[in-house]
Structures are given as C-alpha cells and as structure tokens.
Design a binder for this molecule. Sequence first.
Ligand code: ADP
Ligand code: MG
Length: 223
Amino acid sequence: MMSKGASVRFQSVSKHYGDVQALQEFSLDVAAGEFITILGASGSGKSTVLNALAGFSPASAGEIFVNDKPITHAPPEKRNIGMVFQNYSLFPHMNVLENVCFPLLMRKMDKAQRETLGRKALDIVRLADFAARKPKELSGGQQQRVAIARAIVFSPSLLLMDEPLGALDLKLREALQFEIKEIQHQLNCTVIYVTHDQREALAMSNRIAVLRAGRIEQVGTPA
Ligand code: ADP
Ligand code: MG
C-alpha cells in the first residue's frame, strides 16, 4: 500500500451556506508528506475545509490544488482522497469488510480485488478477525478503526480526518493517536487532521493552522 503524499494548496477559498459565511478567503499550503492539523473551536469551519477538499461540499469561490492540479470541481471519487468523518458514518447493514470495501465498489473494482485490498486495510488497523461483524457489534474504538480502514483502502495520497477521536475516552484516544501516526508512515501519505483539542494537535502535528470564524489566525510548528 505505498503511495506518495500529495501536496495541497487552498487559494482564497470561500464557502457560504445561504447567509452563513463558513470560510472566508481561506489560504493554506500543505507540503507532500506533512501531518498538518487544523485547530479551532466548534463552528470555526474545520469540517467545511475538509468537505471542500474532499469534494463533498464544493467551495463557493477560490481554487484548491492537489499536486498543483486544480481539483475544485472534480467529483469526490476522482480525487484519490481518503476521509474519516466526525461520526464514523459506517453503514449499519453492511459487515466490516463490506464497509471497508465500499470505496472500491464506487471505483468499479472487481470483487476479488476489492476483498484483497479490504483485508489488507483491516490488517493495518488490526481488525483482520472482525471482517464479518456488523458495526453495532464493535466498540467505539473498533468502529473508528473500521472507518480508518475504509479511508485508506484505496491507498490515498491524502488522508483527511475530521475529529476522528472526539467520541473516545482519553486512554483509547492516546493509543489511536499513536496508531494514526504509524499508519501515516506505513502509507507514506499527507494527513490533514482536524481537532478542537489543543493537546492532541500539539502531540501529533508537524504544523498547526489555527482557524477562527472561517479564517486562519496563525500557522506554525507546535513549538
Ligand atoms: P466546525 O467543523 O469547525 O465545527 P463547520 O465547518 O461544520 O465547523 O461549520 C462552520 C459554519 O458553517 C458554522 O457556523 C455552521 O453552523 C455552518 N454550517 C456548516 N454546515 C452547514 C450547512 N450544511 N448548512 C448551513 N450552515 C452550515
Ligand atoms: Mg466539524
């Protein structure tokens, strides 16, 4: 599952939902292979940044580049971007392996190849023995690892994580922080991580961008 991390450039990206201005001329450069965290309070626009980049909720204005190519208007499945959502969003009627393989189905890969890659992704998150379980038969931490496996199953060069550990207790959160760093090294991908937890941002990141009311307030190393 080797890939090379992608670089990302947000160029004056704005996003409004009706009257709500969620992002205002958001600009940020992310280097290939970097682990960057967007840190901000609830409502500051963090999820909006990730959804614009992943293509689930396109920008209203501005341009987004991945590896110097504009992708602002490309459909999500053409972007090679994995995303872990804030609330897991696993499909309850599908078992673990089917959940993990779902992005490959969207990419029209045949069944045998889907299962090979799906089992490889489950190995990486140490859930190989849970392939046949339904999400409701798993703990919160296990469900979140399934969501991570689903996000990395197509070896994305860019992995987006939206408050992935927010619902977990402290001990599990610290263990998964470590696992996420390991996964990044294994995949050799760029990570854009979102949290409102300053300690988590300081522990995990090469750089931190502080977001406030849809604008970047500060960008720098944890130091
Ligand atoms: P965060 O992830 O930092 O909590 P969001 O990006 O979800 O923030 O939201 C930024 C702002 O945009 C908030 O004021 C929020 O209420 C608003 N917002 C987000 N999604 C929608 C939506 N689908 N419709 C209307 N307003 C939205
Ligand atoms: Mg959010």
